[in-house]
Design a protein around this ligand. Structure first.
Ligand code: NAD
Ligand code: TYD
Length: 360
């Protein structure tokens, strides 16, 4: 079984590769990643060592048609697990173009080459194929003070990021309806955990609070996110790959709604407890309320009943997950420092040289 994983050098993709290689001895993983600023080969150093016979990395761009064609011709994948995306809302507000290119056009390329290479007329062979489109709850826009997103909630995206993900979800659905491509879509809430790039709220706050520098909180800090530990997201994806029905969508969330300010307070207090105060002052003093993000969605919250019916449930509480994340970042100082000083970008040349760049 050959699984093509896109964006496997990012946060969730790298966690997922580790999980699936451990869970399934019958799979071989081809990880295709462009290594944008968010892609980091250091996320997979252990995987490269332990699973060298079943794991292969190829640097390449899913928006490059020739590259994607070559990958499909060479590896003939059974499953596509599609993580690759531009993923940060603030960047999408400043420079949306890469979001359109990768998230929409890149997804189109993968759908199109799946359609051309898979046996759409032969239902027995097709039954073994899967195209898993990894998406976000942000496609549904913002909730008011009550209610939950279900799979039937209308799409109503607010940012260029969420609009590009919504577009790619619509394309994926259209490929199921039009061509019977066995697509499944998952819409997950905000993830956190090891290997998350330190631009997102939780790793950014831990990194800054540790150093004793300012902690920017947007607006009044009362926006709500529904937090999910990344390993719980990965187990949900395995569950959907095994038991999910083509053409269906599954919302993934851990019933863990928190205001941003509560998350930041928790991190400050845990770091004070773990490292002592910074210059005698509690880390909460570092919080600075800053101008709000334009189009900032007020509240996200997921109703995960549908995926729970497949037998999945989250196992890691926020209290446990946030402590694990803090410990991981404290233990992996070089990982963070290499990102902050930019040297993580050199791993590719060190590990692979220039010659294999872009060629499977
Ligand atoms: P990430 O930004 O950490 O990683 C994205 C990866 O995709 C990087 O390794 C990057 O190099 C790669 N990539 C970007 N453009 C590419 C291209 N053109 N070709 C090939 N590779 C490319 O993102 P993440 O947080 O791991 O998110 C993964 C997926 O999960 C995304 O599709 C995102 O929309 C979705 N998602 C994320 C969250 C979250 O909280 N992080 C929640 C729900 C859904
Ligand atoms: P983020 O981690 O960027 O995820 P998303 O925008 O996809 O939900 O942000 C999580 C929440 O934290 C969001 O409401 C914006 C807010 N936020 C801050 O208040 N300060 C920050 O420095 C960042 C990065 C985010």
């Amino acid at each position: 079984m050959v699984i093509l994983i896109t964006g496997g050098c990012g946060f969730i993709g790298s966690n997922f590769i580790r999980v699936i290689l451990q869970a399934r001895e019958d799979v071989e993983v081809i990880n295709v990643d462009k290594l944008t600023y968010a892609g980091n080969l250091a996320n997979l150093l252990d995987v490269k060592g332990h699973f060298s016979t079943r794991y292969r990395f190829i640097k390449g761009d899913i928006a490059d048609k020739d590259f994607v064609k070559e990958v499909f011709e060479k590896f003939d994948p059974d499953w596509i697990v599609h993580f690759a995306a531009e993923s940060h809302v603030d960047r999408s507000i400043l420079e949306p173009e890469d979001f359109i290119r990768t998230n929409i056009y890149g997804t189109y390329n993968l759908l199109e080459f799946s359609r051309m290479s898979w046996p759409l007329e032969d239902s027995r062979s097709l039954a073994k194929k899967r195209f898993l489109q990894i998406s976000t709850d942000e496609v549904y826009g913002s909730l008011g003070e009550t209610g939950l997103f279900t799979e039937k909630s209308p799409y109503d995206p607010s940012s260029p990021y969420s609009a590009s993900k919504a577009a790619s979800d619509h394309l994926a659905k259209a490929y199921f309806r039009t061509y019977a491509l066995p697509v499944i879509i998952t819409n997950s809430s905000n993830n956190y955990g090891p290997y998350q790039f330190p631009e997102k709220l939780i790793p950014l706050t831990i990194t800054n609070a540790r150093k004793g520098v300012e902690l920017p909180v947007y607006g009044d800090g009362k926006n709500v996110r529904d937090w999910l530990f990344v390993e719980d997201h990965c187990s949900a994806l395995l569950c959907v790959l095994d038991k999910g029905i083509p053409g269906e969508c599954y919302n993934i969330g851990g019933h863990c709604e928190k205001e941003n300010i509560e998350v930041v307070h928790t991190i400050c207090d845990l770091l004070d407890e773990r490292l002592g105060r910074t210059e005698g002052r509690p880390r909460r003093d570092l919080i600075k309320f800053v101008t709000d993000r334009p189009g900032h969605d007020r509240r996200y919250a997921i109703d995960p009943s549908k995926i729970k019916k497949l037998g999945w449930q989250p196992r890691v509480s926020f209290e446990e997950g946030i402590r694990t994340t803090i410990e991981w970042l404290l233990e992996n100082t070089p990982w963070v420092e290499n990102i902050l000083n930019g040297t993580y970008r050199d791993y590719y040349k060190k590990q692979y040289g220039e010659s294999v760049n872009g060629h499977p």
